[in-house]
Design a protein around this ligand. Structure first.
Ligand code: HEC
Ligand code: HEC
Length: 202
């Protein structure tokens, strides 16, 4: 006959086999552990490894939270980010948003573009009125993104994605981007990248 202990072990083994994720679900990872995953692409020191990966250190908290939520729901699509957020929940997103918003934006020192490029950018920005939402010097606030000092290649890609609808998590931004000439996007990206970040890195 089977001992009580042995049959209990078999029962537990059966439960674990039926719910293979149970042990990790019981002890959720800390924000520091989750942030280690992010460092693999967004950088150990806030400088992303790839030019098309956005800086998230020092980004506005509400904005960071909404993006993580949107990647999880599929409203914003990106293969790399979808697999990162697949195992995370709302509480993790809140903790990560607060964690990264509290870090110092890295100093990238993107150069100021030549005068003619700046002029194209300022004309487009003025006609749409981007600073009415992104605020003076493009620091943003709350759920509106900070654009100053962001990687120019990423800014160009994401504005293009808003424009062609492949980034569809904010229809208002897509409509605004359709009012901008595609030929002006590179100038806008270079101009925004060169702006100083208030409270940014050394
Ligand atoms: C495998 C690489 C990779 C990892 C790991 C990764 N990211 Fe990302 N992340 C990206 C890329 C690439 C983008 C740009 C995707 C796009 O264009 O939508 C991005 C975009 C984002 C954005 C949107 C930023 C913006 O300005 O709109 C946030 C927020 C973000 N990541 C947070 C995180 C957090 C938090 C983690 C860790 C839990 C993480 N990422 C891990 C590659 C990665
Ligand atoms: C009516 C308010 C409003 C106006 C005007 C506006 N934006 Fe935005 N913008 C937003 C909001 C809100 C977001 C965050 C969208 C989201 O949650 O995905 C955003 C996001 C962005 C992003 C994505 C940032 C990132 O890190 O991925 C870029 C780039 C951007 N805006 C550029 C511009 C430019 C350039 C203009 C002017 C041509 C402009 N915006 C005008 C509200 C606005």
């Amino acid at each position: 006959m089977m001992s009580a202990k042995r049959s209990a072990q078999i029962a537990i083994a059966g439960i674990v086999a039926a719910f293979p994720l149970m042990p990790t679900a019981v002890s959720a990872a800390s924000v520091e552990e989750n942030a280690q995953i992010c460092a693999g692409c967004h950088g150990e020191n806030g400088v992303p490894q790839a030019k098309t990966t956005p800086i998230i250190w020092g980004q506005n908290e509400g904005y960071l939270y909404l993006q993580l939520r949107d990647y999880k729901s599929g409203a914003r699509k990106n293969e790399q980010m979808s697999s990162v957020v697949a195992g995370l929940e709302k509480a993790d997103f809140k903790a990560l948003a607060s964690h990264f918003a509290g870090l110092k934006w890295p100093s990238m020192n993107f150069p100021s573009p030549p005068k003619d490029v700046t002029k194209v950018a300022l004309t487009a920005i003025g006609s749409v009125g981007c600073t009415s939402c992104h605020l003076d010097q493009f620091q943003g606030d709350g759920t509106t993104a900070r654009l100053a000092g962001q990687q120019p290649e990423y800014l160009f890609d994401t504005m293009t994605a808003f424009r062609d609808g492949s980034r569809a998590n904010n229809p208002g931004m897509s409509d605004l981007m359709k009012a901008v000439q595609p030929a002006d996007l590179k100038s806008i990206a270079e101009y925004l990248a060169s702006l100083q970040v208030v409270g940014g890195g050394q």
